[in-house]
Design a protein around this ligand. Structure first.
Ligand SMILES: Cc1cc2nc3c(=O)[nH]c(=O)nc-3n(C[C@H](O)[C@H](O)[C@H](O)COP(=O)(O)O)c2cc1C
Length: 349
């Protein structure tokens, strides 16, 4: 998800779930072919398995970017055919590609020839007022026949290309899960992953009775601890479940490293805001993690402050840090955190 699932966010999510596949923000072919490749593609080795999502519609450009994805060590390369933003429409890619299934097939073929990674497609169930099941069935069928793609992540809503903002396009067109279930029934040999509006692990379990995977975007970002159960529940892992304090402590160490490297750690810290969702003190926690750099804190100081707000002692910090933190915690109430606008850690169970 753009601006959300950067490498720091994915590092945090990987501390919570070992097996879930994580997705990058969409990176356009133009940004990779004419821009700063390490800035867009570098990631932490801990993030595996991780998929790079590309935005583009020129087979040769997408092939060059798929090659880069392989060189940089990604596990999958995914083509975005679901983004409805005007900027993306002007570039003639994203959701408007659903009207050009043959071209999408050509793009997929070019990408598959350029690398040995799995090449997958993320799309909607339709565009504008085209609501027939046949449309999305033919899209999937053509992209498979022409491109050889067998893995489809389907956001179970239409994209309305005129008149709605990207945010509205994630809320207003109705969710129609039965369309995604039908795809799986008609193409049982393909991997069909359902996406859109999933907010609980019970819902994931229900969808998994009809499809092969579930992709969770906003809920996993805002409430990342929902993923703590996924390895055992959906991947059959017998490993100990993660411990929230230990995840936090590891993330704080990570933020210290980011700070030592002279990189903006505040940008990385904002992903922690949802970690304590549902616990006492969560609101204050969110406020404290939303702007730690403005207060001149180091990651450890910010952590001590935030833990004091929760009423727990900080790990890795001496007892006086708790008192200091409690004493110096600002008393003004800030606005609710609104994470910088729209990306997809899109975990798929
Ligand atoms: C902030 C934000 C950024 C997004 N960026 C992308 C993106 O880069 N690529 C993509 O395929 N989907 C993107 N999406 C859409 C999500 O991946 C997902 O399809 C959508 O939010 C519906 O799933 P959800 O209800 O689980 O969030 C974005 C969503 C949000 C909220």
């Amino acid at each position: 998800m753009m601006d959300w699932t950067d490498r720091h966010c994915r590092y945090l999510h990987r501390l919570i779930t070992r097996h879930t596949r994580l997705y990058t923000e969409m990176v356009t072919t133009g940004a990779l072919l004419h821009g700063d490749v390490p800035r867009h593609l570098d990631f932490n080795r801990e993030e595996h398995p991780v998929a790079l999502q590309l935005g583009g519609s020129e087979p040769a450009d997408l092939a060059a970017c798929a090659r880069l994805a392989q060189q940089w060590g990604y596990d999958e390369v995914n083509l975005n055919c679901g983004c409805p933003s005007e900027r993306v429409q002007r570039g003639a890619f994203g959701a408007c590609l659903m009207a050009e299934a043959a071209l999408v097939g050509d793009c997929v073929v070019a990408m598959r020839q350029a690398c040995t990674l799995p090449v997958t497609v993320k799309h909607r169930i339709g565009i504008d007022k085209e609501e027939s099941y046949d449309f999305v069935r033919d899209f999937v069928g053509t992209v498979n026949r022409r491109g050889g793609c067998t893995v489809f992540s389907v956001h179970a809503r239409n994209a309305w290309l005129k008149g709605l903002s990207p945010k509205e396009n994630r809320e207003i067109p109705p969710l129609r899960y039965e369309m995604v279930y039908r795809l799986k029934a008609d193409f049982p040999q393909f991997t069909i992953v359902l996406n859109g509006g999933v907010t609980s692990n019970e819902q994931i379990a229900q969808h998994l009775q009809h499809v092969d995977g579930v992709m969770v975007g906003r809920q996993a970002y805002h409430e990342p601890w929902m993923m703590a159960d996924w390895d055992r529940r959906f991947y059959g892992s017998s490993a100990e479940p993660p411990d929230r304090d230990a995840v936090e402590a590891t993330m704080v160490q990570y933020l210290e490293q980011v700070a030592q490297q002279g990189r903006g750690w505040g940008h990385a810290a904002r992903h922690l805001v949802g970690l304590r969702h549902g616990q006492a003190g969560a609101r204050r926690w969110r406020q404290l993690w939303s702007d730690p750099v403005l207060r001149g804190d180091s990651p450890r100081q910010a952590s001590a402050r935030a833990r004091a707000a929760l009423g727990t002692a900080p790990r890795n910090a001496g007892p006086q840090s708790v008192a200091e933190a409690a004493e110096s915690a600002p008393t003004t109430v800030q606005n609710e955190v609104q994470p910088a606008a729209p990306a997809t850690t899109t975990p798929s169970a």
